[in-house]
Design a protein around this ligand. Structure first.
Ligand SMILES: NC(=O)C1=CN([C@@H]2O[C@H](COP(=O)(O)OP(=O)(O)OC[C@H]3O[C@@H](n4cnc5c(N)ncnc54)[C@H](OP(=O)(O)O)[C@@H]3O)[C@@H](O)[C@H]2O)C=CC1
Ligand SMILES: O=C1OC[C@@H](O)[C@H](O)[C@H]1O
Length: 419
């Protein structure tokens, strides 16, 4: 009951209850490319209680649509085209929630206009595009603007607490899932997620599960050993867009992995396996000064993080340590037991980081804070998505498509040499 009440309280505070911030005189003016559905959740709500961020303008392909969106979300300025918005000297940073196939083009154009870029996940459509973007001189120059792939879940204290419980070199198997009841969320015919020309497909849209596996191992996979996909019937999706995938992986330490994504999950399937991350370790000898000579203590750890994608609503991190005391060198077992512990980390302090934060902050607010810290050249929590991380992520998705019966996501027709 107490858990339910705090869930309701946190959700209410995030949505409307938290006091609006008084904006600093030098707050970053952000322009938004596209009247996208995700804008309010991923940026406008957290910006409301961030003193250094003003959602200043939006541009849409249709000005009337942009005006209606601006009115609904209290955005003071409207531009008739993405180009016009980028040309505004008052705009310091740009948020890009466009279809995946347009990310490369508009990220490069925004960077060329000197804007910092918060780029929706997945950063781009494939590994070739990732190399083009993240190795581009506009990105690698010493005073280049900030460019961040918006993997919001990596910024939440619960993720930081989960990772701190891992013994990465000894992870033996990892699993990540994301099963979304898309039919009930409007992801139907015509959605960008099922449009191959816009780089649709669940492996890209639900790219999180592969990112989670890479985050658990702290390494890129060595191979995608299998990838079964189910595709949207044609039309929509041209038969080329997966709505469901089940993939298996190997990692450099010999460990294995599995990722499961479904954009058309039933409600029960989604409730049962919505956004889970799990790491099972190899047995390792752990020090215990209290043990008599000739004996050793062996720990086999399993860590499970439930709801890695929306931890501010609710999450739990379960640690299960199976201990064996045995004769040294793998001999006779003299004692065995299992220790279980459940943890939560809603604030940075809960994760052992001595910085202010609030339990109602969503993943997006933690990410926005770090984005602002980078833009302002300030030290942050250390949570960040490095450019090479984004490049590795795109390579990982390509590996999955290569192991499936589907083609890689198509490269944009935009000519990067034109910027
Ligand atoms: N971080 C998160 O939690 C989430 C991230 N996302 C990511 O955000 C991005 C947008 O997703 P979502 O908000 O669901 O998508 P929407 O379809 O709601 O928005 C996409 C926007 O892209 C613009 N657009 C430009 N060209 C095209 C085109 N040819 N066809 C269709 N749209 C076009 C449209 O803008 P205009 O207004 O100019 O017409 C539209 O508003 C994706 O990259 C997705 O992966 C999505 C959901 C959650
Ligand atoms: O980023 C996302 O997260 C949640 C999913 O519902 C959505 O399809 C995806 O774009």
């Amino acid at each position: 009951m107490a858990g339910l009440l705090s869930f309701v309280h946190r959700s209410w505070q995030n949505a409307v209850g938290a006091p609006k911030a008084i904006k600093a005189g030098d707050a970053i003016k952000v322009g938004v490319l596209g009247a996208a559905n995700i804008g309010p959740m991923a940026l406008f709500t957290p910006a409301r209680y961030h003193p250094e961020v003003i959602i200043y303008a939006v541009a849409a392909r249709d000005r009337k649509k942009a005006e209606a969106y601006a009115k609904k979300h209290g955005i003071p300025h409207v531009f008739s085209s993405y180009e016009d918005l980028l040309a505004s000297p008052l705009i310091e940073a740009v948020y890009i929630p466009l279809p995946n196939g347009l990310h490369l083009e508009w990220a490069l154009k925004a960077l060329q206009a000197g804007k910092h870029v918060l780029l929706e996940k997945p950063s781009v459509a494939n590994a070739a595009e990732a190399a083009l973007l993240f190795h581009h001189p506009l990105v690698t120059a010493p005073s280049a603007p900030v460019l961040l792939e918006a993997f919001h879940y990596r910024f939440h204290p619960a993720w930081l607490a989960f990772v701190a419980l891992l013994d990465r070199p000894n992870v033996a198997h990892a699993r990540a899932s994301l099963k979304v009841p898309g039919k009930h969320m409007g992801f139907g015919a015509g959605d960008i997620r099922f449009n191959y020309a816009l780089s649709g497909g669940a492996l890209l849209d639900l790219t999180y599960t592969m990112s989670v596996l890479r985050g658990i191992y702290g390494a890129a996979p060595t191979a995608c050993t299998s990838c079964e996909v189910d595709t949207m019937p044609s039309p929509p999706g041209d038969g080329l867009c997966d709505y469901k995938y089940d993939a298996t992986w190997t990692f450099p330490n010999g460990g294995t992995g599995e990722t499961h994504g479904n954009l058309q999950a039933g409600v029960l399937e989604s409730l049962g396996d919505f956004a889970n991350a799990e790491a099972v370790h190899r047995p390792v000898v752990v020090p215990d000064a209290a043990l008599p000579g000739g004996l050793e203590k062996v720990r086999t750890r399993r860590v499970a993080y439930t709801n890695y994608i929306g931890p501010a609503m609710w999450h739990r991190i379960d640690v299960e340590d199976r201990f064996v005391v045995r004769k040294r060198g793998g001999g006779e077992v003299v004692r065995e037991w299992t220790a279980k512990e459940s943890k939560k980390a809603y604030t940075l302090r809960d994760a052992g980081i001595d910085r202010p934060s609030e339990p109602y902050w969503w993943t997006y607010k933690y990410m926005l804070d770090e984005f602002v810290n980078r833009v302002r050249g300030r030290e942050g929590t250390g949570a960040w998505i490095e450019h090479e991380d984004s490049v590795e992520q795109a390579k990982t998705i390509d590996m999955a498509y290569a192991a499936s019966r589907l083609p890689l996501r198509q490269t944009t027709k935009f000519d990067p040499a034109s910027v």
